[in-house]
Every structure is written in structure tokens, then in C-alpha cells.
Design a protein around this ligand. Structure first.
Ligand code: BGC
Length: 347
């Protein structure tokens, strides 16, 4: 049968723009819905062993939720994912000021709220955008595409390709919150992360610049660890962030597709394996999710704290201000290209 790709209207933004939801389905019954609004992953339906389908991605039923929400459910994030201290950085001796949208800092950027040009091209869904020079304060016109593919073996592949006409910084990620039970919290999921080290965070979840070893700490997911086992431990890094909200430096060579993490739930029997070319991954366990006011989650559910986990493949946080971190500078003539794969397995 192959992969089928269809599209349907998904409402109109407050500014009057029509939004489309694209749906990819494979022969196994896995279904992924992507909005051209922010290239958002709206749902991922995965068949279980018993033939049920579980939506493993948190989000909203309608566009109003995505417009009003502040959790970045399913979001494609750019131009620069994660925090930039003081909402400013220097490049080539010039200072660039960004919007302060997270206290005094800058977090995640504005791409989530824009309607992209989407098209089905063979077996892929491709979203294109030109981010003008100066958008959010970043230099350089960034021309890029976000490509989504669903494979017959239940992998959602996400690829980013971009070019600039002036020196700039780029750090894209995907902010999907996964819950392999489709409900409740993720504290009982077992998580594996292929990282020996992580970047130490401060009270604002900004990097201190220090790189710490995971060995012997609740940050050691190398052999698998239940997320909730030590989330409330008397361990400063976890107490500062109210749970996991840390950037793990992935083992192996950046630029090559290698495993970054795996998660599984005994309750649903679903397992997810994740791979990336990116140098690092932010594990975020939804520490700030608590829906005490609308918009509520899909089906009107009030997602609790720890309702989902994000495996955000990306660079180290705040790299433009930490020259010792791998560079995120993109120059004219260079190509930005990164790929991340989330593969689902029912056991
Ligand atoms: C960050 C969290 C932040 C969240 C926003 C994550 O990528 O690491 O600190 O609260 O995004 O929903």
C-alpha cells in the first residue's frame, strides 16, 4: 500500500490564515498528523500489540489551543532552540539583541506561530520558509525546509536543511512531548540516554559552562532508568529544574546518525528508539506542565505535571555565548543539515 499522505483544513488563525493538517499513514496503521502551523506534530497514533492505537504525542484538538498554549506541544523550534542568556549574543564582534520571552532570557523563538508552505513530495511532507534578516533580531536571511517522513517500520524521520546569506546562528529542534501510554504521567517509563556527560544548568536552566559526568548520579540513563525513580532526589541539578530539563552531550560523532535515546512503557508495551545527527539532546520531563486553565489538552484532558517527555535533539544550550561549546554559526555557502528519527515498536 505504501505511505499515504492526505490533507484537511484545521481552522483559521486569529490573523485569518487558513491552516492545514497533513496526515501520513503507513500499512501498519501508524498515523502522524502535522500542521503547517509551526510544522507542529499534532498526533502520532501507534498500534499496540493488542491492536489498539495510542496517541503518543501531547497536544490540542484545535488550532486555538496551539495559538494560546505555551508548552510548545509538538513544536518545530527555531531559529534557536533553548535559552540564550540575557537574550543577546555576539557574532563577528557585533552584538545582537533578541526578544526577552523567558524572564531576561530568550527561549525557542517564533517559528512555532507561523504558517509554513507545505507540500507532499513523493513519500515526504516538506515545509518551507524564508526567515528574513533581522527576524527576532537574528542576522541573515535563513532559507530552510523541514521534511517529515513516515516509514513502513513506524519511524517518523525529521530532517532540516537550511542556508543563509549572512553569518548567523541556527539551532533547530522538535519539541514533541511523548507519552507511550497516551495518558497520565510518564514517571513509570524507562528511559535510556546515550550520554556520558551533560551541561550543568543554573537556577534559570541556563548552562554554567561546566560539563559534568552522569556516572553515579540520577542523570545516568546509560543502562536504563525509570524516569520517576530519582526525579525528586536530593540532587541539586534536579531540584533547580524541578525534574529533568537538561542537555545531554550525546556519545558518538555529531553529524552521523546514531542512537540518542530509547523509552518504553510496560503498561502499553510500546517502545520508542530515537536517533540523531545532532551533538546533544535536551531531556525535558514537562516540569512546568499543569493545566489549571484552558486551553486543555486533547479530549479536554488537563495534562498533569510530567505528562510527557521531550527528547529535543539540538546543540548545547546558549552556544553563541559559550565559545568552548560546538559552534552553531552558519555561514553563506554552508548547508545546515540535521536529521532526527523517532521509531515506535510494539512489544
Ligand atoms: C525547556 C524548558 C521549557 C520548555 C517550554 C524546554 O525545551 O528546556 O525549560 O520550560 O521547553 O515548554
Amino acid at each position: 500500500m505504501g505511505i499515504t499522505i492526505t490533507s484537511a483544513p484545521f481552522g483559521t488563525t486569529a490573523a485569518g490564515e487558513a491552516v492545514t493538517c497533513w496526515t501520513m499513514k503507513n500499512a501498519a496503521g501508524t498515523e502522524v498528523g502535522i500542521l503547517d502551523y509551526g510544522c507542529t506534530v499534532q498526533r502520532i497514533l501507534v498500534p499496540t500489540r493488542e491492536g489498539r492505537r495510542i496517541d503518543v504525542a501531547l497536544g490540542y484538538d484545535d488550532l486555538r489551543g496551539y495559538e494560546a498554549g505555551s508548552c510548545y506541544f509538538g513544536a518545530f523550534v527555531g531559529r534557536y532552540a533553548n535559552r540564550i542568556k540575557g537574550a543577546a549574543f555576539e557574532l563577528n564582534g557585533r552584538r545582537y539583541a533578541l526578544e526577552k520571552n523567558d524572564g531576561e532570557n530568550h527561549l525557542h523563538g517564533v517559528y512555532t506561530a507561523q504558517v509554513f508552505d507545505g507540500a507532499a513530495e513523493r513519500d515526504a511532507l516538506v515545509f518551507r520558509r524564508v526567515s528574513p534578516d533581522g527576524e527576532e533580531g537574528y542576522p541573515g536571511t535563513l532559507t530552510f525546509e523541514v521534511r517529515y517522513r513516515l516509514t513502513e517500520d513506524n519511524a517518523l524521520e525529521i530532517e532540516y536543511v537550511g542556508r543563509t546569506d549572512a553569518d548567523t546562528v541556527v539551532n533547530f529542534t522538535n519539541h514533541t512531548y511523548f507519552n507511550l501510554n497516551g495518558a497520565g504521567d510518564i514517571l513509570g517509563h524507562k528511559m535510556t540516554i546515550c550520554a556520558d556527560r551533560f551541561t550543568e544548568g543554573d537556577a534559570e536552566t541556563l548552562p554554567t559552562g561546566r560539563i559534568l559526568e552522569v556516572a553515579g548520579t540520577p542523570m545516568d540513563f546509560r543502562a536504563g532508568r525509570v524516569i520517576g525513580a530519582d526525579i525528586a532526589a536530593d540532587f541539586e541539578q534536579l531540584k533547580l529544574a524541578g525534574g529533568y530539563d537538561h542537555n545531554f552531550i550525546l556519545n558518538g560523532e555529531a553529524g552521523t546518525l546514531r542512537m540518542m535515546a530509547a523509552a518504553e512503557s510496560g503498561e502499553s508495551g510500546l517502545r520508542m528508539e530515537a536517533f540523531t545527527t545532532q551533538p546533544a539532546m535536551q531531556l525535558y520531563t514537562g516540569n512546568f506542565v499543569h493545566m489549571d486553565a484552558a486551553p486543555f489538552g486533547k479530549g479536554g484532558v488537563r495534562y498533569p505535571r510530567y505528562a510527557g517527555f521531550c527528547l529535543e535533539s539540538q546543540h548545547y544550550p546558549c552556544s553563541p555565548n559559550f565559545p568552548a561549546f560546538p559552534t552553531t554559526v552558519l555561514r553563506p555557502g554552508e548547508e545546515y543539515r540535521e536529521k532526527t528519527v523517532y521509531r515506535f515498536i510494539s512489544k
